[in-house]
Write a protein that binds this ligand. Structure first.
Ligand code: AMP
Ligand code: MG
Length: 275
């Protein structure tokens, strides 16, 4: 009998051959919550403390590289995830890269050119706030390049990520899944709260109108690019506290699985006396 509790890593992972229909994934559910909202928040704080220690070890060992990809609709909580899940982690070993619409110089190159140069080095965690996936999401929805060009990118992305993984990178990809109702509330909050006005971008309303197209584009991404080497996780993200708990759990579990060690000192230091 296996009475181990189910881990978010199993429940929310997209299996490589799955055909994803997002209608089957409820953005509001909280089925692995540890009791109440506050109890789950406490568990997240404990995970956060654990993440700090693991990140220190990752940095000291200077061997593994960690790439975290965050994708989701506007207001899905990409920034909030970074703020909460990585709170207290030593900034020296963590970098956040936010990908915006490409510059003309970036557009002069292939779509992975601007991505590759920001992948993590040894001992580092890099968080992509949006990513190369925009090149088969917004680019597909908005017809920014012809279909013949973007439809080849699924395979290119899988091959690119395989290269990174074969060379020592661990990749975790999180789709922050919110409902259109929740997005409406979050956009409204940006209008109502003067301290959130800066976040309100009228262009987000145009994207919101394309919701069904984005869902279709995300379904294609999730069904085609969740590989054995670089899995996607579909994170129910209407409840921020639950979203944070799931992502912190999956990160901590993954880092623990790397079996990291502090490096041995170069010389025998047992006889050293500091005068
Ligand atoms: P934000 O995340 O709110 O700062 O917005 C960044 C914007 O950049 C979003 O509207 C993205 O869709 C857009 N963006 C990011 N990457 C690309 C890309 N490769 N091509 C076109 N637009 C992009
Ligand atoms: Mg935005």
């Amino acid at each position: 009998m296996n009475d181990q509790p189910l881990h978010p890593k199993e429940i929310y992972r997209v299996l490589p051959d799955a055909m994803i229909s997002l209608a089957d994934w409820d953005p509001r559910e909280t089925r692995l919550a540890l009791g109440s909202k506050d109890e789950t928040r406490e568990a997240t704080n404990a995970l956060n403390a654990h993440l700090e220690v693991l990140q220190e070890l990752l940095y000291a060992e200077n061997k593994h590289r960690i790439l975290v990809v965050l994708q989701g609709m506007d207001t899905s909580g990409k920034d909030g995830t970074i703020r909460h899940v990585f709170e207290g982690v030593n900034p020296q070993g963590v970098r956040v890269i936010s990908f915006k619409a490409p510059t003309t110089r970036e557009l002069d190159h292939d779509f992975l050119w601007r991505i590759h140069q920001h992948t993590p080095g040894k001992g580092q965690i890099t968080i992509f706030n949006r990513s190369h996936y925009e090149d088969i999401l917004v680019v597909r929805v908005r017809n920014l390049v012809p279909r013949e060009v973007w439809e080849k990118r699924y395979a290119h992305i899988n091959a690119f990520e395989k290269t990174l993984v074969d060379e020592g990178t661990t990749i975790l990809k999180f789709f922050l899944h919110i409902s259109p109702e929740e997005q409406k509330e979050r956009l409204q909050a940006r209008l109502d709260d003067p301290t959130k006005h800066w976040k309100f971008n009228p262009a987000d309303l145009k994207e919101r109108k394309l919701w069904p197209d984005y869902i279709r584009a995300y379904e294609a991404v999730l069904s085609t690019t969740s590989t054995a080497w670089a899995p996607w996780f579909i994170i129910p993200a209407d409840r921020k506290w639950y979203r944070n708990y799931l992502i912190a759990s999956i990160l901590v579990d993954t880092l623990k699985g790397l079996d990291m060690r502090y490096p041995q000192p170069v010389d025998d230091i047992s006889g050293i006396v500091i005068e």
